[in-house]
Design a protein around this ligand. Structure first.
Ligand code: SF4
Ligand code: SF4
Length: 298
């Protein structure tokens, strides 16, 4: 059976969950729309612009029949420097940017689809298209969206990359069954958010989120933000670290020392960290983040 073969191949490629759903209006579309209207989106304003595409994923691929949602775990160890600073868990400088890696894995599955359905067309998305990935993943039953807005895969937690394969291939899929939220009375993620960005269950104010401010935000972070960052200069895992569904690994020293990063030029950066997730922030932003958190400590 095709789905069995596809799922087995996905597991062999390191994915831990695969789910299927039809390209209906995403389960959490209305909530997403409300969220984009509720908060100042800053450099995430593009999320507002493509609402029509997010509502109708067929616009991303004509004759779309199935949305395949996949989760691939990343290490639960915190990447650290020798001098005691750290970065988001998915940002190992020795690893290629996860977008590239995940896309390549997704394409291997796309190849299998193609071999069974030669007339079909498929599109692999890794944060690259305006699609409500967590919503489709939840609708397909591979996990639920926690109060911290992350997709939580039961048994694995939220330290996962999400990949979607949109395909025009026509095949039967199991009836998708969304998993109910399992946070119950827990509020650990809200209580531990250092900046108050996670105001209440599911309500994230991006303009205060350290993860956004230290990576995607085009401007410089302020001293006020730096005070809340502790020793983390890229991203923020606080609302995931405390989640009882996640198992945190030991810190791993794999980052250049902060003084080395501060003295890098673009050529050094490109050769040592430039292919990894740090590329998203870029050298100048990393240097500014580090300078400011060091200044606060002095
Ligand atoms: S990533 Fe950090 S700042 Fe953003 S919501 Fe989570 S804990 Fe708060
Ligand atoms: S920390 Fe608690 S409330 Fe937050 S996502 Fe995890 S289980 Fe849900």
């Amino acid at each position: 059976m095709f789905i069995k073969e596809l799922s087995e191949k996905a597991l062999k490629l390191g994915f831990i969950a695969i789910g299927f759903s039809r390209p209906n209006i995403p389960l959490y579309f209305e909530k997403f729309k409300k969220w984009t209207n509720q908060f100042e989106m800053g450099d995430l304003a593009y999320l507002k612009r493509n609402l029509d595409i997010r509502k109708e994923p067929e616009r991303l691929l004509k004759d779309l029949k199935v949305v395949i949602s996949l989760a691939h775990p990343y290490p639960a160890n915190k990447p650290t420097t020798n001098d005691g600073y750290s970065a988001a868990r998915y940002s190992n400088p020795t690893e290629k940017d996860y977008h590239i890696k995940m896309k390549a894995l997704g394409k291997q599955l796309g190849g299998l689809i193609q071999s069974h359905f030669p007339e079909s067309r498929s599109r692999v998305c890794v944060d690259s298209a305006p699609i409500l990935e967590r919503s489709f993943a939840a609708a397909s039953g591979i996990g639920f969206i926690g109060k911290n807005n992350m997709l939580i895969v039961p048994g694995y937690g939220s330290y996962c990359f999400l990949v979607e394969i949109l395909t025009t291939a026509e095949f039967n899929i199991p009836s998708p069954r969304a998993i109910e939220n399992r946070c119950y009375s827990c509020t650990k993620c809200i209580d531990s958010c250092p900046s108050g960005a996670l105001k209440s269950p599911f309500r994230l104010d991006p303009s205060k989120c350290i993860s956004y401010l230290t990576i995607e935000y085009k401007g410089d972070i302020t001293k006020q933000t730096a005070k809340k960052m502790g020793n983390v200069f890229f991203g923020c895992d606080a609302c995931q670290e405390v989640c009882p569904f996640n198992k945190n690994g030991l810190p791993v020293v794999c980052l250049p020392d902060t003084d080395d990063i501060l003295s890098m030029d673009e050529v050094d950066f490109e050769s040592s960290m430039g292919e990894s997730a740090f590329k998203r922030a870029g050298l100048k932003k990393l240097q500014h983040n580090i300078s400011l958190i060091k200044q606060i400590k002095e």
